[in-house]
Design a protein around this ligand. Structure first.
Ligand code: G3H
Ligand code: ZN
Length: 310
């Protein structure tokens, strides 16, 4: 089976993006895996430091590995937003396929130095692990925020991207291109959408020469996501949308069966609710059944069958 690096390369050649979905429990993992399996597209499961602490670093690695082996399916695991080298090394030792080493809150020079050190240490443990670095400011917290903060002055420049990639040796770059973590209340209600700087994505992709990840995908305009893929985004992170669906599915499951205390009779409602989000996002990222959005921009090479799992 292909590894994450080959899968990413194939995604780029096919003009699609790999969906990355964060999980914090078995409900979310089940929803993410079954959606990808049903659509027959590769998928990246993400677990941030907090999510890993809750599930157990080695335990989530074992779960994802068991799905990959039992179903012979390309499901990969990413250690999302890892701020310390120690935690990055723990994830690599547990068998994660990739690590997002996130020192983006530090001044640029320190971010560069620490990320380079992380790349070297992680590759020493597993030479084929992918390391992603992050520059710019896209806010923190896959949560519902009162208001969307204006982060427009922290956008990544192509020159910074080039310097960062060349110095650190990262495999994947996460830039700030209009994206932000979390959703405002208006976004949850569907009244507002995040908008992306598509031109900047294309310039950064050409300067950086490595695959790009779009963080903070929740609540982003569908047309912008489609154009971002064409411009050079190869991985798209979605978390808050899943969390919103997890909560409403759970509440619906509990409300529908007032005296029910059997978890496996309540939780399928949450799985189903999260699945609807994951399916919709994977269809968009893989151009499955997309009739209107981004069609004019769709690259000729984007053939659905190219992405099918082989
Ligand atoms: O790393 C996780 C993400 O970037 C998710 O962001 O919660 O806005 O979808 P989001
Ligand atoms: Zn993120």
């Amino acid at each position: 089976m292909r590894d994450l690096g080959n899968t990413l390369q194939l995604a780029r050649e096919s003009g699609v993006a790999l969906g990355h979905f964060n999980v914090a429990d078995l409900v979310l993992l089940k929803a993410v895996f079954t959606s990808a399996h049903e659509l027959n597209v590769p998928v990246l499961v993400g677990a941030s430091e907090g999510e890993r602490e809750f599930m157990g670093v080695r335990q989530i690695a074992a779960l994802v590995r068991s799905l990959r082996e039992e179903f012979d399916f390309p499901v990969f695991l990413n250690a999302d937003h890892t701020h310390s080298l120690g935690k990055a090394l723990d994830a690599a030792k547990a068998g994660f396929d990739s690590v997002v080493f996130d020192a983006s809150a530090l001044p640029f020079e320190q971010n560069i130095r620490q990320t380079k050190e992380a790349v070297e240490a992680l590759k020493a443990i597993n030479p084929s692990i992918l390391v992603e670095g992050e520059i710019g400011n896209i806010g923190t917290g896959s949560e519902i925020h009162e208001l969307a903060t204006d982060l427009s002055k922290y956008l990544t420049t192509p020159a910074e991207a080039k310097q960062f990639v060349e110095f650190t040796g990262i495999d994947v770059l996460a830039p700030a291109v209009g994206n932000m973590h979390g959703m405002s209340l208006k976004m949850v209600e569907g009244e507002k959408k995040k908008r992306l700087d598509i031109e900047r994505i294309a310039q950064i992709r050409s300067a950086a020469q490595v695959p790009l990840t779009l963080h903070g995908g929740s609540g982003t305009d569908d047309g912008d996501l489609a154009q971002a893929i064409v411009a050079g985004i190869s991985i798209i992170h979605i978390n808050t949308e899943l969390r919103v669906a997890w909560r409403s599915g759970l509440e619906a499951g509990l409300a529908a069966q007032r005296n029910q205390v059997v978890p496996y009779k309540v939780l399928p409602s949450a799985v189903e609710s999260v699945k609807q989000v994951v399916l919709a996002r994977l269809r968009l990222f893989n151009w499955i059944g997309q009739t209107a959005i981004g069609k004019k921009d769709r690259p000729a090479s984007t053939v659905r069958e190219q992405q099918a799992v082989s």
